[in-house]
Design a protein around this ligand. Structure first.
Ligand code: GLP
Length: 243
């Protein structure tokens, strides 16, 4: 318990460590309620979990999985959606059944109603056991973007410039300006938070984070209020002198 940093040499070593962390967590509690981020940072971690699933097909059988966030306005099967990402990299290779997975529809008729639907399902599944997060270069968590205030539950988010330029949107024909995301209350309700950071482009935001000043202008700093966070990062992203 507390806040723990684990710093590895590079992205591969970080991913190995993170996959081991998640796997141990699930071995201890097979029916875990998990929330997973998408993005570049955890790709290799999920690949390694998929390899584990190949040799131990029952490992992830009972896991319940929530999608952290989603781009708003893209068709669900669009190559850029978080839905597509999680299905291809996690759901299918890990053999997680359809009824154990839930997340925002990327193109709902009524986004407000979609947020309420997710809120209800989230409450029904009960407390998150493990929430796996990445961080935006501007300090966002999911699509909880920096601002004067943050939203507790599932909500529609106006995306910042940085988020709109995210590599996941490279193949999107139309501009995406909004997202759907779980809120800070959802994230912070998790028993355990695993924050993954990799690459020198994350060093400035991690330097801010390491000041231990809690502010809605840096949503990741809210993790300092959580009693059980492990941050696995690589040398490029974390300045070891500031620990
Ligand atoms: C994206 C997603 C987040 C993700 C973060 C970092 O926009 N909304 O869930 O964790 O930004 O992404 P990456 O790992 O590609 O740096």
């Amino acid at each position: 318990m507390g806040f723990e940093y684990i710093i590895e040499d590079d992205h591969e070593a970080m991913s190995q460590r993170a996959a081991g962390f998640i796997e141990r967590h699930i071995s201890d509690k097979p029916r875990s309620h998990l929330c997973l981020a998408t993005g570049s940072t955890p790709i290799r971690t999920y690949e390694l979990l998929a390899q584990q699933a190949e040799s131990n097909s029952s490992l992830f059988k009972e896991v319940r999985l929530a999608k952290l966030d989603e781009w708003l306005g893209l068709p669900m099967d669009h190559q850029s959606t978080c839905e597509k990402y999680l299905r291809e990299k996690v759901l299918n290779p890990l053999g997680i059944a359809e009824n154990r997975f839930y997340g925002f529809n990327s193109n709902p008729d009524d986004p407000g109603a979609e947020c309420r639907r997710i809120e209800q399902r989230f409450e029904k599944e009960g407390r998150l056991d493990l929430c796996v997060l990445g961080v935006g270069t501007n300090g966002h968590l999911g699509f909880n973007e920096p601002g004067e205030w943050l939203v507790p539950g599932p909500h529609i988010a106006k995306l910042t410039e940085q988020s709109r330029k995210h590599v996941m949107l490279a193949g999107a024909e139309e501009e995406v300006s909004k997202g759907l995301t779980l809120g800070l209350r959802n994230i912070l309700s998790a028993h355990t938070v695993l924050l993954l950071v990799s690459g020198k482009h994350k060093l400035p935001v991690m330097n801010q984070f390491q000041k231990r000043q809690i502010t809605t202008r840096l949503p990741v700093s809210l993790l300092w209020t959580h009693p059980n966070v492990t941050c696995i990062g690589d040398l490029a992203a974390i300045n070891g002198d500031r620990l």
